[in-house]
Write a protein that binds this ligand. Structure first.
Ligand code: BGC
Length: 449
């Protein structure tokens, strides 16, 4: 329950990755002067150039439109700032996070970079590479408008280190409405895996070769994560707290069995598709279902599809009343070249104006509770309502929040292997032995019930 949501930061030995970052970290760059610094002398550092570099992985049609809208809000407020966007292709940030780590280690952190709330920022925090931004939270009055669950995920050791731009929901099934209508399938009945697979059988019998469309490795891990959530909140909590360590754990093997069955309805070329390629196949009607976060909604917008008429959604079977969280944040890395603009960017990201420009296009709901709901489409209005009454909220592992980064990466590899060998015991062994191997990295203990 939200009231009970708390994050217990357990002080244990630093993460392996943290140690790596700390040992390789470049010397702290000297402070950069502000634009109002006096004329530089030969010994003073150069004045701050009026620029802003922003790294993100928003490259699909809907994502690009959304970030452009946010950048426009910034550009309107600060017309003299040269904004350099660096979009890095690769969903869920799997590619970009590697690039960012290299830049940050080299003392060359961009002024702003997209990241997920929760664990993803922990190695940077532990290595002292982020500035606290409590003052910014105070000045902008954010505590009054950001829900508690999100506030906690933006903190380390009780201080704020990031601002959220949105709240994405991950446990969503997207469907092509005319395909379901044509085959007499009522999506409101698909609340169990049995009912869902029966619908897939019906579609197959009617000639829909691959009723479920899926994409590359991380999207398989994304689907598996939702199946784990469908095993119940106790199991999910244990999973993200590193407590599922027995390869014969009945819920773990059951989740893998369900995923195995799920894969029997999936397009065989999944590994070659990006997440938005897979979503497009629901738009075209090549497939009926796609489990994806609600950034998918942005692609339906781009395709000019109407929610409720052309497409629809339901909670992943077994997760009704649950809200799987994926929260995009920005932070203030130490030693950035344009600190003034970096802070200005954070303010725009956190603002009502910025969030109401970005999220209606992105598919997410605002991280702020005072968003102008009239700007959001019907899917998002229903998501806003669901968020308010959600019984449980769970942080996504695949999207950087719920578990240590190394587990997120390993999960994607193991699940990707599973999509070809379908070996339940092997995957269960691999997942649990890796959890044991990195037990010291579970420095955040979640209490999400
Ligand atoms: C991000 C979303 C993004 C999605 C696909 C997620 O991890 O939080 O903002 O749209 O990945 O790239």
């Amino acid at each position: 329950m939200r009231g009970k949501w708390k994050v217990l930061l357990v002080l244990v030995s630093l993460l392996a990755i943290t140690a790596m970052i700390a040992s390789c970290a470049a010397p702290t760059p000297s402070p950069t002067p502000t634009a109002t610094s006096p004329t530089p002398t030969p010994t003073s550092p150069p004045p701050e150039v009026n620029a802003l570099t922003v790294y993100h992985w928003w490259t699909s049609g809907g994502e690009k439109a959304a970030i452009d809208a946010l950048v426009k809000v910034f550009a309107t407020k600060y017309p003299d700032v040269a904004i350099m966007q660096t979009p890095v292709t690769g969903g869920a940030g799997f590619t970009m996070m590697g690039i960012i780590k290299t830049l940050v280690l080299a003392g060359d952190a961009p002024d702003a970079f997209q990241m997920h709330a929760g664990y993803e920022g922990k190695p940077y925090f532990d290595a002292g590479l982020l500035d606290p931004i409590d003052d910014l939270w105070k000045e902008e009055g954010l505590e009054a408008v950001i829900p508690e669950v999100v506030r906690h995920m933006c903190q380390f050791d009780g201080h704020y280190y990031s601002v959220p731009v949105n709240i994405h929901r991950v446990n969503v099934v997207w469907y092509n409405k005319s395909l379901l209508d044509k085959n007499g399938i009522d999506p409101t009945t698909l609340t169990t895996w049995d009912a869902f697979f029966a619908a897939c059988d019906k579609l197959k019998a009617a000639g829909v070769q691959y009723p479920i469309q899926m994409g590359e490795a991380w999207t398989a891990a994304h689907a598996f994560e939702q199946i784990v959530a469908s095993m119940g909140i106790d199991f999910y909590q244990d999973w993200i707290n590193g407590k599922i360590t027995a390869a014969d754990d009945p819920k773990l093997t059951q989740a893998l069995e369900i995923f195995k069955k799920y894969l029997s309805y999936v397009n065989p070329d999944h590994a070659a598709l990006t997440w938005d390629d897979a979503t497009k196949r629901i738009i075209t009607g090549e497939g009926a279902f796609n489990i994806m976060g609600d950034w998918a909604n942005g692609e339906f917008y781009v395709a000019k599809m109407t929610y409720g008429e052309d497409y629809g959604t339901f909670a992943v079977p077994g997760t009704e009343g649950m809200y799987g969280l994926c929260i995009d944040v920005f932070q203030h890395p130490k030693g950035v070249k344009h600190p003034t603009n970096s802070l200005r960017w954070l303010k725009v990201v956190a603002s009502k104006e910025g969030q109401d420009a970005f999220n209606p296009i992105k598919g997410s709901i605002a991280a702020r509770t005072d968003a102008d709901i009239s700007k959001y489409g019907p899917y998002q209005q229903s998501a806003i309502a669901d968020f308010k009454v959600a019984k449980y909220m769970f942080p996504s592992v695949v999207h950087g929040s719920g578990a240590p980064e190394s587990f997120k990466v390993k999960l994607s590899d193991i699940i990707s292997g599973f999509t070809t060998d379908l070996d339940v015991n092997k995957a269960a062994q691999a997942l649990t032995s890796y959890t044991k191997e990195i037990s010291g990295e579970y420095t955040i203990q979640w209490s999400i019930k």
